[in-house]
Design a protein around this ligand. Structure first.
Ligand code: GCO
Ligand code: MG
Length: 440
């Protein structure tokens, strides 16, 4: 039994490539021994930092770093009210850092502490999004040439996504089939005419985390089905395609859509419903064998249990830091194994490289691993996070170093502070043509 204790807990806020990241560093009584964890809740990052600095730090200073389970359980209820992305991300930062420390002390990668490997590398999927099906196809082609085998495809909705062109559509507009609703008076080719005046315009020179726009379910579904048709025509059925609905469509249309896409043999269809509509998955299950993925918006294990035990989903898409770290996620993964539900941990750009390293520990250890979502990191991110998992041959690889195997260049991180954003970086509102707010 060692008696290494927590000497300090810090938060590092940085934005290497236009996404706000939160990293937690746990320092120990042992000189030079520290751990890193991901606490990234990119929409409310400073709230997470306050939860760590003002609440978890004083609660945990002096605790024995060995007692991860007790630290997790007691921290979880230390605010009496629990769960939610702010508190869970804060807890995750500490939890992942403690696993990192434990691995360094044992001189083992965390996947060895968890029981060892079930595979050598983790197959990943990457994102191909674009304004037209041809452009999505071209991006997909480039990925296939680089050795990727699984590609998530998203296309703009004609009429809606071009409604506002010239105002600088963001990647997010292109991905989820919507656009700005003001300015350009050209009408959508299909679907209702957007009359709303409630969509706030994107102003030149200002930074928006996720601007508002107009979204109509039927035009979106039609353009997406057309994309699937095109991609299957162009590439055949030997490659895997995925798609993220990102909620927003009325549930019964989601049921229809899941049936309609069955013929395109998706690897999975993601986030068909808002988490409030979980019960609709039962209806989907009874009507189609389209593989279903869901989970990035869940933040309590208790939301997940019925989905696994009733086999309502095929892939658990939890965001590791959103659920509270490795400690709760490994239990959910183990539960998944008993029901043969696979993991597909959330891994876009707002999962930090530390979060990706943590995902990889579970990906390598978990028998019922399904797929890992990957974001292609820029040069600056790779430099700031030495040791981050690498991508090769369509797979993600860990470096096998002790702990999570990743570090952060703090001096460099300090040079890339959070940038100013409109609305504090909040997601602005997406609306139907008549102005009704659309729930993600
Ligand atoms: C995905 C996601 C993300 C989220 C983002 C929110 O990759 O499946 O849906 O892109 O929108 O993580 O911050
Ligand atoms: Mg998603």
């Amino acid at each position: 039994m060692s008696n290494v204790t927590i000497r300090d807990i810090k938060t590092i806020l940085t934005e290497p490539e236009n996404i706000r990241l939160v990293i937690v560093k746990v320092e120990t009584s042992e000189p030079g021994l520290y751990g890193l964890g991901c606490a990234t809740f990119t929409q409310r990052p400073t709230a997470v930092a306050a939860a760590v600095d003002d609440y978890l730090r004083p609660f945990l200073l002096g605790r024995n770093v060995a007692d991860i389970e007790d630290i997790w359980q007691s921290s979880y209820v230390s605010s009496y009210w629990r769960n939610g992305p702010v508190l869970n991300n804060a807890l995750s930062g500490v939890d992942q850092a403690l696993w990192d420390i434990k691995g360094k002390m044992a001189d083992m990668p965390v996947y060895d502490l968890l029981g060892g490997r079930a595979r050598e590398a983790a197959p990943v999927y990457v994102h191909a999004s674009g304004p037209t099906r041809e452009e999505v196809g071209d991006k997909m082609q480039a990925f296939l040439e680089q050795g990727f085998h699984h590609v998530r495809i998203q296309v703009e909705t004609p009429g809606y996504a071009s409604y506002g062109t010239g105002r600088g559509l963001t990647e997010a507009d292109l991905e989820y089939g919507r656009g700005g609703a003001v300015g350009d008076k050209s009408l959508p080719l299909e679907g209702p005419r957007p009359v709303t005046t409630w969509v706030r315009p994107q102003e030149e020179g200002k930074r928006y985390a996720h601007p508002g726009g107009v979204f109509e379910p039927k035009p979106y579904m039609r353009s997406t089905l057309d994309l699937f048709e095109y991609v299957r025509d162009r590439f055949g059925y030997g490659v895997e395609i995925l798609h993220d609905v990102h909620e927003r469509i009325p549930p019964i249309l989601g049921v229809w859509f899941a049936k309609e896409v069955e013929k395109y043999q998706l690897f999975f269809l993601e986030d068909l419903f808002s988490p409030e509509d979980n019960d609709y998955f039962r209806m989907v299950r009874e009507q189609t064998s389209t593989p279903i993925a869901m989970g990035e918006l869940w933040n309590s294990p208790h939301e997940v249990i019925p989905m696994i035990k009733d086999r309502l989903i095929d892939f658990i898409r939890i965001h590791l830091s959103q659920i509270g770290g490795i400690t709760p996620a490994r239990k959910i993964a183990a539960m998944g194994e008993l029901f043969n539900v696979r993991t597909a941990w959330h891994g876009p750009g707002d999962t930090s490289p530390v979060g990706h390293a943590a995902n990889m520990m579970l990906n390598l250890n978990t028998y019922n691993f399904g797929i890992q979502e990957a974001a292609i990191p820029g040069e600056r991110t790779r430099e700031m996070f030495p040791g981050m998992p690498t991508l090769k041959d369509g797979m993600m690889w860990s470096n096998g170093k002790p702990g999570l195997g990743i570090d952060i260049d703090e001096k460099m991180a300090a040079k890339f502070p959070f940038k100013e954003r409109e609305f504090g970086g909040a997601w602005d509102t997406v609306r139907r043509a008549d102005g009704t707010m659309v729930k993600p």
